[in-house]
Design a protein around this ligand. Structure first.
Ligand code: CUA
Length: 140
């Protein structure tokens, strides 16, 4: 039975790894992070952010997990007080903020990283939360 047990354990471990690898956190979630918002993974590289456009809903707690794919970069979203250094070597940097205002906001690289630094930008779109108050009252 020991062999069978080992096989089952290996299969379970394999499934967990596969689930974690897809980036979809619905199937498996670390109990320690159950209350945390889902992470949005962002890669910074010369000279762009991937994805270039991040869309969230007004009022959302937003968690970005950002890493550099090459040299040092920075990530700045002025309206939400975000400004973090992204070290060389790819160590992930976690940023949390509340998207408490709808609109379109620039994501900037805040650390000089080469000739394309000034053009290294992304976009954060905060979609207004649907609400009965956002529709005009019917006219009579
Ligand atoms: Cu990337 Cu400056």
């Amino acid at each position: 039975m020991r062999t069978l047990h080992s096989l089952v354990a290996a299969a379970v471990a394999g499934t967990a790894l596969l689930s974690a690898g897809t980036g979809v956190s619905t199937a498996w979630q670390d109990p320690a992070t159950v209350s945390a918002p889902p992470a949005i993974e962002v890669v910074a590289r010369k000279y762009a952010f991937e994805p270039a456009r991040i869309e969230v809903t007004e009022g959302d707690r937003v968690r970005l997990v950002v890493r550099s794919a090459d040299s040092v970069h920075g990530i700045q979203i002025k309206r939400f007080g975000v400004n973090k250094l992204l070290p060389r070597g790819g160590a992930p940097v976690t940023i949390e903020f509340t998207a408490n205002r709808a609109g379109t906001f620039e994501i900037l690289c805040s650390e000089y990283c080469g000739n394309g630094h000034e053009s290294m930008k992304g976009t954060l779109v905060v979609v207004a939360k649907p609400s009965i108050h956002s529709f005009p009252a019917p006219e009579r």
